[in-house]
Design a protein around this ligand. Structure first.
Ligand code: DQA
Length: 146
């Protein structure tokens, strides 16, 4: 059994990008934590990061045939992308949306998410610890819909 972890635009810069907002841990740290959490629950984790919306949409479509759930931090696309939302609702898998920062304490334009309306679980403001939590929730949902 496999889960998919997607990190969207600019999350490759984690650790150096606005560390006061996003912390000093890197994307590699995030993917390691999430992979360990998945393994502990008997799941393999496929990790994808891209700065390109179409690459993310393709990864979501591919997950349809071989993954049991998707954890996604869509980065800035959270607030702009109907296409990403449509891809997520189109695959009909359990979805967990993750944001490192508390987007509701930040600028107004970060308060709306196109993804939240198709997510089963939303984890906001827990930093990198939100990822293993999201993975655990997906594992639970994936068992429930077997
Ligand atoms: C983010 C929040 C978004 O508003 C922002 O564009 C990001 C990161 C977060 O993890 O807190 O790139 O998704």
């Amino acid at each position: 059994r496999r889960l998919l972890l997607i990190n969207g635009p600019n999350l490759n810069l984690l650790g150096t990008r606005e560390p006061e907002v996003y912390g000093t841990e890197t994307l590699a740290d995030v993917e390691r934590l999430a992979t360990e959490a998945a393994a502990a629950l008997g799941f393999e984790l496929r990790c994808v990061q891209s700065n390109h919306e179409g690459v993310l949409i393709d990864a979501i479509h591919e997950a349809r045939t071989d993954c049991a759930g998707i954890a996604i931090n869509p980065g800035g696309l959270t607030h702009t992308s109907v296409a990403l939302r449509d891809a997520l609702s189109g695959v009909a898998l359990p979805i967990a949306e993750v944001h490192l920062s508390n987007v509701h304490r930040r600028e107004e334009f970060r308060h709306h998410s196109y993804v939240s309306g198709v997510a089963d679980v939303i984890v906001i403001g827990a930093g990198i610890h939100g990822y293993p939590f999201a993975i655990a929730q997906l594992a639970r949902l994936a068992q429930a819909c077997r």
